[in-house]
Ligand binder design. Structure first.
Ligand code: HEM
Length: 405
């Protein structure tokens, strides 16, 4: 792919961005280099074809993610350079929809993820979490927090929101675990995906006349009224059912930071009523994902930072880099619990803003509050450098978090 003539500036060189396995919570050195190189650089990721622009400044990230001249639907049609080896966007998936389709798809389910809905969910979520922590405490230390709490909790909670019947939960959780597992291989993950999507199709059919407020009933109602197609309902539900994984790994990083930075833990414990801003600061700071998420394609020529992005060219934004932009966040590499204002973009921006943001926030708060308040002596059971980190993944986090109390 050739770039069109830049407006004023030579196009920057295309840089390879390999998916490096980073331990701990280190900021990706390749991304740091790209940020130093300029506001708009060009990258080539391990899979797909060609190169893409990369925007790393807060201002440009906000601009691109709010601008309808950059399309997700177009990416689904092409072979844009990307991190993921496999690429099979489904109809109905919010991530691949442009307006007005995106609004049409999101409308039926938006009520299930609001602040009000999450308030109603809170007591049940706390109950689920207490049971998991009770089980862990009963067996005594040491324990792997990821296995005992951080992995099952988001899975169980999301099933409440989705409306997975009790009798099917084991099976749905098994499929989800296999889909997100790194060790089972691509074939097992594909089988699990087929299983899960087949099951979702059936449940959406079965709930056609349900008046429930769970996501599967809401989707079934929208299909019955002809607002969305059945295939779209399934494509919409899948990522939500699987989406809890992000909480497991983000919270893993969050707890690792508290367990290895005594001043941070002391602050959390000393002022439990003022943890809110610290959550935001940690969300801003945590390197949530490897490289970048999903690209967008310019539908017409757009000028940014002195470069012309030509129609048809691919663009990535880095929310991670935007969250460390010194123009917006003074001392960006420091964790400042009292940072104010803190307009971070950890959940994205624009109409692709994370559907599960309020749910994720609720779960993170419940997890940290419950673990810190119930286990006053919570600490790592191994030295920090012996904590194992996930490899070859989209979302970064500890693979295990051995703790004692
Ligand atoms: C999208 C972050 C948890 C469902 C996103 C995006 C980010 C993000 C950065 C992409 C925005 C873009 O494409 O420009 C996070 C973080 C989480 C989290 C940091 C946890 C700490 C969840 C949960 C769910 C979820 C729990 C669902 C149950 C989604 C969906 C999208 C999305 C469906 C696509 C939205 C769209 O394209 O319209 N998330 N997320 N996420 N997230 Fe999350």
């Amino acid at each position: 792919m050739e770039t069109s003539a830049p407006t004023g500036q030579e196009p920057p060189p295309v840089r390879d961005w390999p998916a490096i396995d980073l331990d701990g919570t280190e900021f990706d050195p390749v991304l740091a280099g790209l940020v130093r190189e300029g506001p708009l650089t060009r990258i080539r990721l391990p899979f797909g074809e060609g190169w893409a622009w990369l925007a790393t400044r807060y201002e440009h990230v906000k601009l691109i993610t709010n601008d309808p001249r950059f399309s997700r639907a177009e990416v689904a049609r092409g072979r844009v350079t990307r991190l993921a080896p496999n690429f099979a966007p489904r109809p109905g998936s919010l991530a691949w929809a442009d307006q007005p389709d995106h609004n049409r798809l999101r409308k039926p389910i938006s009520g299930a993820f609001t602040v009000g809905a999450m308030k109603r969910l809170r007591p049940r979520a706390q109950e689920i979490l207490d049971e998991l922590v009770d089980g862990m405490v009963r067996e005594g230390p040491p324990a792997d927090l990821v296995e005992r709490v951080l992995e099952p909790f988001p899975l169980y909670v999301v099933s409440e929101v989705m409306g997975v019947p009790g009798t099917d939960r084991e099976q749905v959780h098994d499929w989800t675990r296999q889909i997100i597992s790194l060790s089972g291989g691509a074939e097992a993950a594909d089988r699990a995906k087929n299983g899960l999507y087949g099951w979702i199709t059936e449940i959406v059919r079965a709930r056609a006349r349900s008046a429930g407020e769970d996501v599967y009933s809401l989707l079934a109602g929208a299909v019955a009224r002809g607002e969305i197609g059945e295939e779209e309902a399934v494509g919409l539900a899948g990522p939500l059912q699987i989406g809890g994984e992000a909480v497991t790994h983000n919270c893993g990083q969050m707890l690792y930071l508290m367990l290895t930075r005594p001043e941070l833990m002391a602050r959390m414990r000393a002022r439990p009523g003022e943890r809110g801003p610290v959550f935001d600061e940690l969300l801003r700071w945590i390197p949530h994902r490897s490289t970048v998420g999903l690209a967008r394609i310019a539908l017409e020529d757009v000028e940014i930072a002195g470069h012309r992005i030509a129609a048809g060219e691919a663009v990535y934004v880095s929310y991670l880099a935007a969250n460390r932009d010194p123009e917006v966040f003074p001392d960006p590499d420091g964790i400042l619990p009292d940072r104010d204002p803190n307009p971070h973009v950890a959940f994205g921006n624009g109409h692709h803003y994370c559907t599960g943001a309020v749910l994720a926030r609720l779960q993170l708060e419940l997890l940290v509050d419950t673990l810190l308040d119930r286990l006053p002596a919570l600490r790592l059971a191994v030295s920090p450098e012996d904590v194992e980190w996930r490899q070859q993944t989209m979302i970064r986090g500890p693979r295990t978090l051995p703790v004692t109390w």
